[in-house]
Each structure stands twice: as structure tokens, then as C-alpha cells.
Design a protein around this ligand. Structure first.
Ligand code: PEP
Ligand code: MN
Length: 365
């Protein structure tokens, strides 16, 4: 029996959710029919669902009919149904990602890199210069960050610079220096790879492949690193939503590489006081939505060296599983990101401070 008063739409999915069968047979989507949808229109939607290989679950309400599309199928798009006659709107129930979700893997994933584990109670710190500039600069950096307690060395050989006239990185020479630093100091290394054709080369020199913010949705690159077995540090894009970051991780996972570290590194907002806005919300949100370790980058997240320690403290308090921090022996002479790089002694102080925060939240650094 149809009445003039519409049921508030926000109530509708709940009614259906109570009736849903368990996980494998879950509704992928809910279709809300218009108030006056005819029996023929409802019938055509049901046939369309069945033709697409799904089951339809009808909830004929007093005022309108709701149809659940049953099947664990994330490829389904609301647009597949929203243009049909009599349909008011369609809503996805399942996340569009699968392998990254806690439905697939309820416990935290632990990613081990040469004996250093991410995703446990211990929070490893990755540190080093933005770019590899010279042997002396790299060795001085790794010596300092290791002394202060860093567990991995970061340093870029291929740099994604806004200007083609800025320092672009030492390329292969930089990778060779990175290997030398690892051999000398024993810290596993993280470095950025910018092109699918460089993946196998960079994988021969580094322990973790970094996908930079500007390449978060470079699907050919995600595919290429997904085919390696190297851990990947995937940085959130400058304008990417949390869901888009997880979908980028899903690309890597779906190509068979399950060792992905997600990295919040700040997003672009209307705020101009800082280079980026570090999205502290992303840390607990990512921890709820996925099982992957979450790394915080307070260097790019703020763009200012004197904000790095406070934001590192906040990130650890919010549940980060690791930190990645830029450290340079002489930031004033750095060829990239000097303004956000900590001097070695400031980094050592930062480690002490985050250690105290970690202890306060039942973790260690
Ligand atoms: C970097 O780590 O130096 C870097 C370029 O980071 P992002 O991609 O987050 O800007
Ligand atoms: Mn940098």
C-alpha cells in the first residue's frame, strides 16, 4: 500500500542490512526504487540483476521497494542500475577493495624487511636525506640516523621534482651509493621508483620500493611493483582520498605482492601556512579500513623542519606503525627539501620524544 509520506532514505539500508545473508552471500549493492515504481519496473530491475549474474533480494516496503544485489562482486557499479526506469538511487554496501580490507584479513599484517617488522607494537623509524647528493652526504646521513635509532635508511636517487630545472637525482650512481651505505651501515633501504621500466633495476639495489605521491595512481607503475616481491611504501597522492589510496594498494596486492606499507604524507588543502596538511585522521581510518601498516611522513606532511617533531609525536599517538623522516647533515645546502629536513641532532631529539609518546600508548620505538 503506497502512502504520500516517504520513509527517510537514511533508514533504508539498515532495514535491508538486518535481512542480509552472511558474508559470501552479502549484498554488494542496494537499489532503492522510486515511490511509485511499478511492478513492471521492479521486474525489469530484477531481470537486469539476474542477467548480470547476481541474485536479487526484494524487500517490498509499504512505501517503496528496496532490492539487494547479492554476490561478493566489487566490480559492480551503481551506474549499472541507476539509469533504469523506476530506480531512485543505488548504494554500494561493500568497500570497492577486497584484498586490502579487514574482511579479507582481519588481523594486522606484519611486514618484515631484513629483520625489521612493521605492523607490531614496535614502531620503526625510516630516516635519511630527501636525495642522495654525494657519497659524503649520504654516509654522514646514514651514520647519524643509525646512531639516533633509525631502523631503515631513506634516500632518493630518482626525484619527482616540480621543475625540470631542479636537481633530478643521481639515478644509477645514487643507487650504487645507496647499496654502499647499506653494506657499510647494515640498514635496509627505501628509495623511490618513478617509472615501470626502472622497477627491476631499483629492486636490485633497494629493500623497499617507494611509490611517490605524484605516482600514486600511475597504474602501470603499481602493476610493475605488484609483480615484484619487494615491499612497497605507497605514498598518498596530493589530492587523493583515503579510499583512492587503498584502491592504489589494491592494485599492488591484486598483482600478487602483499607487502604494502601505506603512507600518509599530507594532502593539499586551502591552507597555505604549511606545504601540505598532514591528515592525522587518515591514520586511524586506514587502520580501521585495512590490515596494512600505516607509516606517517611528518616531513612532507608539514614542509617545515620545526613542525616535524610535533607531528611525528601526534602520528605515533594516533596509531602510526612507522615514521619516515627527512634528515640532512646540512639542510641549508640540501639539493631538495632542505626546509623540511632535520639536522642530525634535532632528529636524535625527535626520536627521544616519540619514544616517550609510544610508551604512553603501549608501544615502543
Ligand atoms: C620524498 O619522499 O622525497 C618524496 C618526493 O615524497 P612525496 O612523493 O610524498 O612527495
Ligand atoms: Mn623529499
Amino acid at each position: 500500500m503506497l502512502t504520500a509520506r516517504a520513509t527517510p532514505l537514511t533508514m533504508l539500508p539498515l532495514i535491508v542490512a538486518d535481512e542480509l545473508p552472511p558474508i559470501k552471500e552479502q549484498s554488494a549493492m542496494v537499489i532503492v526504487m522510486k515511490h511509485h515504481a511499478s511492478a513492471e519496473e521492479i521486474g525489469r530491475v530484477v531481470s537486469h540483476i539476474e542477467e548480470m549474474g547476481f541474485k536479487a533480494h526484494l524487500s517490498p516496503g509499504e512505501e517503496r521497494t528496496i532490492i539487494g544485489v547479492i554476490g561478493d562482486e566489487r566490480a559492480l557499479e551503481p551506474e549499472n542500475f541507476s539509469m533504469l526506469d523506476g530506480v531512485e538511487r543505488c548504494m554500494r554496501i561493500l568497500h570497492p577493495f577486497k584484498l586490502a580490507s579487514r574482511d579479507f584479513h582481519p588481523d594486522d599484517s606484519i611486514i618484515r624487511i631484513n629483520g625489521v617488522a612493521f605492523g607490531t607494537k614496535t614502531i620503526p623509524i625510516i630516516a635519511g636525506p630527501c636525495s642522495i647528493e654525494s657519497r659524503e652526504q649520504l654516509m654522514e646521513s646514514v651514520h647519524a640516523v643509525k646512531e639516533a635509532g633509525a631502523k631503515l635508511l631513506r634516500a632518493g636517487a630518482y626525484k619527482p621534482r616540480t621543475s625540470p630545472y631542479s636537481f633530478q637525482g643521481l639515478g644509477l650512481k645514487g643507487l650504487e651509493l645507496l647499496r654502499e651505505a647499506k653494506e657499510k651501515y647494515g640498514l635496509p633501504t627505501v628509495t623511490e621508483v618513478m617509472s615501470p621500466t626502472d622497477v627491476s633495476l631499483v629492486a636490485q639495489y633497494a629493500d623497499v620500493l617507494q611509490i611517490g605521491a605524484r605516482n600514486m595512481q600511475n597504474f602501470a607503475l603499481l602493476h610493475a611493483v605488484g609483480e615484484t616481491q619487494k615491499p612497497v611504501l605507497l605514498k598518498r597522492g596530493l589530492m587523493a582520498t583515503i579510499e583512492e589510496l587503498i584502491m592504489a594498494a589494491e592494485y599492488i596486492l591484486s598483482h600478487g605482492n602483499h607487502r604494502v606499507l601505506l603512507c600518509e604524507r599530507g594532502i593539499r588543502t586551502y591552507e597555505t601556512a604549511t606545504r601540505n596538511t598532514f591528515d592525522i585522521n587518515a591514520i586511524p581510518v586506514l587502520k580501521q579500513m585495512t590490515h596494512l601498516p600505516v607509516i606517517a611522513d611528518p616531513s612532507h606532511g608539514t614542509g617545515k623542519w620545526d613542525l616535524v617533531t610535533p607531528i611525528a609525536r601526534g602520528a605515533v599517538a594516533a596509531g602510526a606503525d612507522g615514521l619516515i623522516v627527512e634528515v640532512h647533515p646540512n639542510p641549508a645546502k640540501a639539493l631538495s627539501d632542505g626546509g623540511q629536513s632535520l639536522k642530525p641532532e634535532k632528529f636524535a631529539q625527535m626520536v627521544k620524544e616519540v619514544r616517550r609518546i609510544a610508551e604512553a600508548v603501549g608501544r615502543t620505538v
